[in-house]
Design a protein around this ligand. Structure first.
Ligand SMILES: C[S@@+](CC[C@H](N)C(=O)[O-])C[C@H]1O[C@@H](n2cnc3c(N)ncnc32)[C@H](O)[C@@H]1O
Length: 445
């Protein structure tokens, strides 16, 4: 019989979450930083890290009131983690006194924080004594209220004057686990039954989507090894049907449509295209390591594509000269639409990133457009809510390309966390990330 593993003390997890916060403050993504965390500690540290990044604006505003001059970075990170956890009593996973005790223990046991243990103790105890006053004063800071950097708040407000508060609120919520059923292997209805047979509550979304009522370890879900599903947000599940709809499907003599997925890794949308249609897909990505993930994912799902490591912006290096019926350009972007799933994104980005990424997107659009057949369609998408990466990008492109026709398209889908519903395309979606979609058709000469 196996012994139960020793439970990991909270102070150890707080130290891990503080290291994660330091890594993000240094510009590293949380996903990358988590790879350095011991496997046994990872789930706890990830959960505390996510919570901290969702409430970091508030925690920093409180820290500024408790100590005008910040302590050394290690102690500041630990204090901010503790404040992010302690400030909301109703939502806090631990009692306030356990947290203070364990945060002080974490400080005492850390080489770089041991001399700050009594300072941290003092700050947290003062917070508990003066909580209402301190929280009320932090309300003056929009960064504390919305838990986003000020420039981000300003930008969302300018881009979406009527919805900016709902967007920021949705960004701070937890996203559910959403699957996409592989229709080559099973159906949405059958897969819901398979989940229910192992007592996993789930509801359908869209045509192939399934929302799980609570998070689960993905590899242990029924049919994972057999390729019955992939993990994919509901908004991302719209890409493949949008491109395939109205696509000129070949020459009428049985030739399969040729599709280019220009920024394909890790292959979520490539796989969906192959699940829905008999088509020939070239899946391109500039990142060789991420291309191996396309191969792994397609292999598990029983699908095949021509995978190529190449720069989509330089077709002269890889294109065989045969035009495509359809092109999917899921362009690199700020990821401002998927903050629910990546709460570090808002703290990692800089205001200048938007223009820089919009420049890359414009270049990719420009380079790929000549590869499309007359009558063919290019689906441009980004997981961003910023108009520079969506509407404005496409309006500029269409203005400069007289052969590009903007077809009826979803445009900006704003992140939804169950509260309000977006009706698109033919069913009610209450749960999805922020996304932008534009369908461009090339006019026949
Ligand atoms: C949003 S992700 C794509 C997600 C993917 N379509 C999916 O659904 O799984 C953007 C991808 O663009 C790739 N990329 C960035 N610049 C590129 C370029 N110049 N050429 C090809 N791929 C590029 C990145 O490596 C990244 O994998």
């Amino acid at each position: 019989m196996q012994d139960n593993p020793t439970p990991i003390p909270l102070w150890r997890q707080l130290q891990g979450a503080a290291s994660l916060l330091m890594a993000v403050r240094d510009g590293q993504s949380m996903t990358a930083a988590l790879e350095d965390v011991d496997a046994a500690l990872r789930p706890g540290v990830q959960s505390l890290g996510f919570h901290t990044l969702r409430w970091l604006g508030r925690a920093e505003a409180l820290r500024q009131q408790l100590a005008k001059r910040p302590p050394p970075p290690e102690a500041d990170a630990l204090l901010c983690v503790a404040l992010a956890l302690i400030w909301t009593e109703h939502d806090a996973p631990y009692t306030a006194h356990t947290l203070v005790d364990q945060a002080v223990e974490a400080a005492k046991r850390g080489d770089a924080t041991q001399h700050q243990a009594s300072f941290i103790n003092g700050c947290l105890r003062r917070f508990l004594r003066e909580r209402d006053d301190l929280v009320a004063r932090s309300e003056k800071s929009p960064q504390a209220v919305w838990n986003h950097p000020q420039w981000w708040i300003d930008r969302v407000r300018k881009d979406h004057p009527g919805q900016w508060q709902a967007i920021l609120q949705a960004n701070n919520s937890r996203a559910p686990l959403i699957l996409r059923v592989n229709e080559r292997k099973t159906t949405q209805a059958q897969y819901l039954l398979a989940l229910s047979a192992v007592n996993i509550a789930a509801t359908p979304v869209g045509k192939q989507g399934v929302i799980l009522a609570s998070a689960q370890p993905v590899p242990s879900l029924p049919g994972f090894a057999e390729g019955h599903f992939s993990v994919q947000d509901a908004a991302a599940q719209l890409a493949a049907p949008l491109l395939l709809e109205g696509l000129n499907t070949g020459d009428g003599q049985g030739a399969r449509p040729r599709i280019l997925d220009a920024c394909a890794a890790p292959g979520g949308k490539t796989a969906h295209l192959l699940e829905l249609a008999d088509c020939e897909v070239t899946a391109l990505d500039i990142d060789a390591r991420r291309c191996t993930r396309i191969a792994q994912n397609l292999g598990r799902l029983g699908l095949q594509a021509h995978i190529e490591v190449a720069d989509a912006g330089r077709p002269q290096d890889w294109w065989d000269g045969q035009p495509y019926d359809g092109i999917l350009l899921d362009a690199p972007c700020t990821a401002s639409g998927i903050v629910r799933r990546h709460p570090d994104v808002r703290w990692l980005r800089r205001p200048t990133d938007i223009a820089q990424l919009a420049g890359i997107q414009a270049h990719l659009l420009q380079a790929l457009w000549p590869l499309l057949k007359p009558g063919g369609r290019l689906l441009y998408c980004t997981c961003s809510v910023f108009r520079a990466e969506g509407d404005n990008q496409i309006q500029t492109f269409v203005a400069h390309h007289t052969d590009a026709l903007l077809m009826p398209s979803p445009g900006h889908l704003l992140p939804q966390s169950g509260a309000e519903a977006t009706v698109f395309p033919d069913n009610l979606m209450r749960e999805h990330d922020g996304f932008y979609y534009a369908i461009l058709e090339k006019r026949n000469p």
